[in-house]
Design a binder for this molecule. Sequence first.
Ligand code: GTP
Ligand code: MG
Length: 647
Amino acid sequence: MASISTICFSNSYALARSKTTKNLPRNPNPKKQKLKPQTSKFKSLPDPLILSGGDATTYTRLPPREDFAVPSFDFTLQSSKEVKLSESATAKLDKDEEEIPVELSDGEEIEENVEDGDIGLNYGRYEVFEVNSDFEDEEDKEGDYGYGSEEDDTGEEEDERLSSGKYDNLLESEGEEGNVKEKGLPAVMRCFDRAKIFVKAGDGGNGVVAFRREKYVPFGGPSGGDGGRGGNVYVEVDGAMNSLLPFRNKVHFRAERGSHGQGSSQNGARGEDVVVKVAPGTLIMEAGTRAVLLELLHPGQRALLLPGGKGGRGNAAFKSGNNKVPKISENGEEGPEMWLELELKLVADVGIVGAPNAGKSTLLSAISAAQPNIANYPFTTLLPNLGVVSFDYDSTIVVADLPGLLEGAHMGFGLGHEFLRHTERCSALVHVVDGSSQQPEFEFEAVRLELEMFSPELAEKPYIVAFNKMDLPDAYEKWSSFRESLQARGIEPFCMSAINRDGTREVICTAHKLLQKSEEAKQKFGGWTSPLDLNRVADMVNKQRSASLTDFEISHDASSKTWHVVGSGLQRFVQMTNWRYTESEKRFNHVLEACGVYKSLMKLGVKEGDTVIVGEMEMVWHDTIGSSGSSNVKKKSTGSIRWPQWK
Ligand SMILES: Nc1nc2c(ncn2[C@@H]2O[C@H](COP(=O)(O)OP(=O)(O)OP(=O)(O)O)[C@@H](O)[C@H]2O)c(=O)[nH]1
Ligand SMILES: [Mg+2]
């Protein structure tokens, strides 16, 4: 029978069709029919990102102080050696080599004498280094997170770059400065503290229509069971994790859907939950908007992120005095889904910062049991290392050793300064200064400036300065002038030889005291912000689910003669309606009338033949066709909705 004649409402009849399905028979598969969950709040994908053009990306040597504001990218003028982090995270710089060929952009090779400039700080020529966030994000979307983003309008050139595949290897392309290499960070560094994942709660199982048929039980009645609830999505802090790298391998987390109900009043089983494990200190944000949803700091914390969909009711649940043989059941509610951005900010008490090769990792290895890579070349440390320092039996602190920070890091030189976010949770900082460098004061200032550039709050954290490598005569000689210059600024520096473990204890004990002081101050001034409610996202979802059916808005598009009836409650109701049963359609019509949709539409001037969209259902409005059989007198004389023909 054609759908038009099977769907009758109180005083008229209506026809429905899916917005997405054409020529659907009367008994369509409910899953495929047309109903999508209301996920407008959580489904947003990030906006398309625009790639920036060719910023210079090759760093030749630490630029002179006065050049800081406008660094020179003309590296043909600068003497240098080359470290290619692209080839190996532990590429080594042979500092003893005096002359090396420098390859120019046009392929010409020259021999240059490697000598320090006026400043004399020769870190070699480091390559790597486009840390433009837009670019990085775009890479992440396409390369590592495994989902295609909407096409952006940045032009073919950028598209080509994106489509050129994974960015695990560093990229090379021409920049605006002309033939300057542009490279991204190795994937392991990008993914260490950032990830983008997809989570979906399980859909509820469908309810069923069944009747008890048994010998000696002539009218057994309806016995269709309810569907089971969909599985929840939880996020749990795993103390054994210290990075977000596992999310490179797994991006999608879907909880199981609930089982469908069965005859004999058997309800479906619950869907299995899914638990997403993250490292302590992970920030969970909604992708695109980057609104912070959760901040998970302590191992063992577990947050309910997305609750599973409710199971649909079987026909046994619809039995009433009026209707003892209900032929109606509901679909399971669809579980919400969303893309999340995860960002890790390590939970450490003290952060060790300083220029590359200053001896930060050596200090960490001297004061804790951590065994970071230590070597005589810059950027040995590419990812932060954590170490635990014990003072008394009951007092321990966590110390983070960070990658080296270069002057100009805020512009992308070196490893950039993004990793400084790992110090945001530190209460104190230790500046390690390489005493054997040509101008230790300048090195210290450059690092301070970079901290300020990253975040003024970070620069305001209490800190101590540790002048390292005192065992070297070079450093020993410079110590007094360094000390004087800092004392003139009101800073009392410490000296140490991290490699010999001389003075390291004093440094870390002072850092510990600073830490205690800042914690006392925090308690005194109530500076500790209350942690976010762990289940707030689930609460938001539940609130949206329980929205009233009468809570809706109507908008009109005059050009297409379309009326949109939008409301969370109605949308959910449409999604859970199982259209294969005639009674469902009657119920739908009844609900629209009862919650005032018809009345509002008529008030707003809906006309014969206009399209009305409720949730995912599209209908055509028809004025009253006749009053016969109508149980609603008011409605009879005014209008009704008729389901359109399937197109
Ligand atoms: N003589 C001497 N050498 C030191 C001292 N501390 C560190 N070094 C050496 O300096 C070099 C760099 O040490 P690291 O601890 O790797 O320096 P880093 O600051 O962690 O370097 P990056 O991770 O590259 O930023 C290594 O060869 C160390 O052995 C010291 O007190 N005296
Ligand atoms: Mg290091």
